[in-house]
Design a protein around this ligand. Structure first.
Ligand SMILES: O=C(O)CCC(=O)C(=O)O
Length: 251
């Protein structure tokens, strides 16, 4: 768990790196489940997969992303990593905090794509006032060369900033005018996690290393509000499209 001082630092700077949130065994359980999904990436429901690489690249080979992996492999929500992540989010955001979304992004060795600068709030569908905490959990140690996260300190205090589409990148929206020199890298050992707030400007490095970089990313929100019709509809369509796959014994 995090200390009072770490909580204050997260709320003041908009991000926090914690080196020792989980044991290697706890992370290994998550890694095994995510690997099982990435191994079957081509067979996953269309609604569950994206590729964040170049528009001309081979889908699934560049920067594969799985949406709601814990719906496809429900055992993920029973892991110590999920339980502790949720407890941490409640400690940071307070009562009424609930799990909103998870995804997993993989960068194969030599992946030349950085995750572009952005604020998560820009991708928000509803106009509801809410606070969110993202917990980014790598399945191995990560340094700059492997694709660790980086943050612009205190950028969450600047409101929603202008974003622009990125030519030749699938679906990417980039915060306008961020300089790399504004940023702080957050390398992590195995068992560590990086976390940030909804408005914090962040990105992740490309993976010039020799290991596959996989991260499980959990988003928690507060307060728990009635979801708007469009969001409910979107979720219903997603869960409808993935129902058949969920029955295939992924635990
Ligand atoms: O894992 C990555 O490359 C980036 C993750 C990220 O930016 C996010 O979850 O908002």
């Amino acid at each position: 768990m995090i200390t009072d001082q770490q909580r204050r630092s997260l709320l003041a700077d908009g991000y926090l790196g914690v080196p020792d949130l989980f044991t290697p065994g706890e992370v290994a359980e998550v890694a095994q489940r995510l690997d099982g999904l990435f191994d079957r990436f081509a067979d996953l429901p269309r609604a569950s997969v994206l590729d964040l690489g170049g528009t001309g690249g081979e889908f699934g080979a560049e920067v594969p992303e799985i949406l709601y992996p814990s719906s496809l492999s429900p055992g993920l929500r029973r892991t110590a990593v999920f339980q502790r992540g949720r407890a941490l989010a409640r400690r940071v955001l307070g009562a009424g905090t609930w799990f909103r979304f998870d995804h997993s992004i993989r960068k194969p060795p030599g992946c030349g794509y950085e995750t572009v600068w952005h604020q998560d709030r820009v991708h928000k569908r509803s106009g509801l006032p809410e606070r969110r905490l993202t917990i980014w959990i790598p399945t191995g140690s990560v340094g700059q060369e492997d694709g660790c996260m980086r943050y612009v300190p205190r950028s969450h205090l600047r409101g929603v900033l202008p974003h622009e589409p990125v030519p030749d990148r699938r679906g990417a929206l980039r915060t306008v005018g961020v300089a790399d020199t504004d940023a702080v890298d957050v390398p992590l050992p195995l068992g560590g996690a990086a976390m940030h707030l909804f408005e914090t400007v962040h990105s992740a490095h490309s993976n010039s290393g020799e290991s596959t970089r996989t991260a499980w990313i959990l988003q928690f929100t507060q307060p728990r509000t009635v979801l708007p019709t469009a969001t409910l509809l979107h979720r219903a369509i997603y869960f409808g499209r993935t129902r058949a796959w969920r029955g295939k014994g992924t635990g």
